[in-house]
Design a protein around this ligand. Structure first.
Ligand code: NAP
Length: 279
């Protein structure tokens, strides 16, 4: 029986600020353990002022892979040796691979969103209504348009919806009159509905009529008010854990070159979130 960690343990982690709430260590470590790999994944709270030092530390300490979360997804770019095409198009990095001392920036958030949606429906030719125009919305818009969907972005601040829609060839609006759009897929990328404000929804329930699939990228609570109302309106629903899971599984595969044990990761994630919800 091998005893890990030891002097050969491969290091991975997440940098963010704050980062104490992150569920990524739970499911990444569950994956390493399920495959019997001598590897760990830790959480590092890195303030914006320390970001450059932290990235130099990644090279100096030989950390193999990093997840990057709020507020560093854009700020990390100047500290990397290379940024791949997906991350350049999205303008944000959520994954760093240390390839022989060169730091490569990538983005798996779009893959997480697309895989989560594709577990419920196809995207090509479908009208997708993306609510929100922040960082996560950019990854969702990139992903769905890459898969051939027709995009409409609606945001509280319409100018931001316009900039995002123009970047990805979609139409845009504020949050009013969305029920006339006849979208078949709706994705909430705003933080509206997130605990503790669980009674809020980004759009009135009338917008959900006729929608085939509704996804919320908020994952605390797992069933948001939007998803509850979507279920009542007869939509298929996809929760935010699915995106979190699939973006993390894609990261695991980038760092290790091995197929991610998605079922094990999902089980660990679902257990961690239900423990947090009942705490
Ligand atoms: P962000 O860049 O700060 O963008 C926030 C968005 O929410 C903006 O469009 C903002 O509209 C909108 N918004 C905030 N409060 C609102 C309100 N009261 N009414 C209407 N719109 C409001 O944040 P982000 O990085 O995109 O993250 C957004 C959410 O996604 C967070 O809850 C985050 O935890 C979650 N997320 C989940 C995953 C996952 O894997 N499941 C991945 C990434 C992010 P304005 O432009 O008008 O301010």
């Amino acid at each position: 029986m091998m005893m890990y960690p030891d002097a050969r343990t491969l290091l991975h982690g997440i940098i963010g600020h704050p980062v104490g709430h992150s569920l990524s260590p739970v499911f990444q470590n569950a994956a390493f353990s399920a495959l019997g790999m001598n590897a760990v994944y830790l959480a590092f709270d890195v303030s914006p002022a320390d970001l450059g030092d932290a990235l130099r530390g990644v090279c100096a300490l030989g950390i193999r892979g990093l997840s990057v979360t709020i507020p560093h997804k854009e700020a990390v770019i100047p500290f990397l040796d290379e940024v791949d095409g997906d991350a350049q198009s999205i303008g944000a990095v959520n994954t760093v691979l240390n390839r022989d001392g060169r730091l490569i920036g990538m983005n798996t958030d779009w893959q997480g969103a697309v895989q989560a949606l594709e577990s419920a429906t196809s995207l090509a030719g479908k009208k997708v209504l993306v609510i929100g125009a922040g960082g996560a919305a950019r990854a969702v818009c990139y992903g769905v348009t890459r898969k051939g969907a027709i995009l409409h972005v609606a945001n509280r601040t319409p100018e931001k919806a316009r900039a995002l829609a123009e970047a990805f060839g979609g139409t845009w609006s504020g949050l009013e009159s969305l029920d006339r759009l006849n979208a078949s897929i709706l994705v909430n990328t705003t933080s509206v509905g997130m605990a503790p404000d669980v009674d809020c929804s980004p759009v009135p329930a009338s917008v959900l009529e006729g929608v085939e699939v509704a996804m919320d990228i908020v994952y605390r609570p797992r069933e948001t008010r939007l998803l509850r109302e979507a279920r009542a309106a007869g939509c298929r629903t996809v929760d935010g854990l699915a995106m979190l899971l699939h973006q993390g599984a894609a990261q695991f595969e980038i760092w290790t070159g091995r197929m991610a044990p998605v079922d094990i990761m999902e089980e660990a994630l679902a257990k961690a979130i239900s423990e947090k919800e009942s705490a």
